[in-house]
Design a protein around this ligand. Structure first.
Ligand SMILES: Cc1cc2nc3c(=O)[nH]c(=O)nc-3n(C[C@H](O)[C@H](O)[C@H](O)COP(=O)(O)O)c2cc1C
Length: 221
């Protein structure tokens, strides 16, 4: 039975990345009626910033050569702070390990991912975390344009960052869907880009429907 883990990180409710996520989930449910679906809104239900106990947890994990969740239980139990931190992090790690497909609603904030999503990354990531064999679908929305040839192409620290992050953990099957120029929909001085935005959003919705029908663990994108 396939398992989808869906995270949202847009700061607003009426959001393009959230809408892409809803479209994906509707399609995925139709093709996987028995699939398991887990959802977390990282803005309504945030993961806290990294603190001293979480840093100690990572240090202990590396120092003891931890390679699995059970050994992490033993190592974390060595101090009250790391035990507390691991009690918070463990369910996030379990959710991630149980998932075959990660669906990530991640807008561009200041050229990269929102802090709410980065906090989740900083908590779940431990050097031994195996993500090999999973697939990830990243649903992004951007106020501007960052595609090939765009004046700000080299300002995109969102897609290259996420590709590098997942690749370092053995996950190379990552698909990106971008809705671009979303500012044109609401900012009068960008009205001349409205057509390009609408074309980009329509293409993103098509791409999301297609991915929802064919994505499975480890499927090449
Ligand atoms: C804090 C913040 C930072 C942003 N930084 C950028 C940026 O660097 N580049 C950009 O193109 N748009 C930027 N935007 C605009 C968002 O990417 C755009 O509104 C997008 O549609 C947000 O995704 P959403 O519709 O899913 O909420 C930013 C918006 C916010 C709120």
């Amino acid at each position: 039975m396939t398992h989808l883990l869906h995270l949202d990180a847009s700061g607003r409710g009426d959001s393009f990345s959230r809408r892409l996520g809803e479209t994906f989930v509707a399609g995925w449910r139709a093709t996987h009626p028995d699939g398991v679906y887990t959802y977390r809104d990282l803005v309504a239900d945030p993961v806290p910033p990294v603190d001293e106990d979480r840093v100690d947890l990572a240090t202990r994990s590396s120092a003891h050569g931890v390679r699995d969740i059970e050994t992490m239980d033993q190592v974390a139990a060595g101090a009250p702070g790391t035990a507390r931190s691991w009690a918070n992090t463990r369910p996030l790690v379990e959710q991630l390990l149980a998932a075959d497909v990660l669906l990530l609603g991640v807008p561009m904030y200041n050229f990269t991912v929102p802090a709410a999503f980065k906090a989740w990354i900083d908590h779940v990531t431990l050097p031994w975390l195996p993500l090999k064999g999973k697939s990830a679908v990243v649903l992004s929305a951007r106020g501007g344009a960052y595609g090939p040839g765009a004046p700000r192409e080299r300002f995109d620290f969102q897609e290259p960052y996420l590709r590098a992050y997942f690749s370092a953990l053995g996950l190379d099957d990552v698909s990106f869907v971008h809705t671009e120029l979303t500012h044109a929909a609401v900012m009068p001085f960008l009205a001349r880009f409205r057509d390009r935005h609408e074309t980009s959003h329509a293409a993103a919705l098509d791409a999301v429907r297609d991915l929802a029908a064919r994505v499975r663990a480890g499927t090449p994108s």
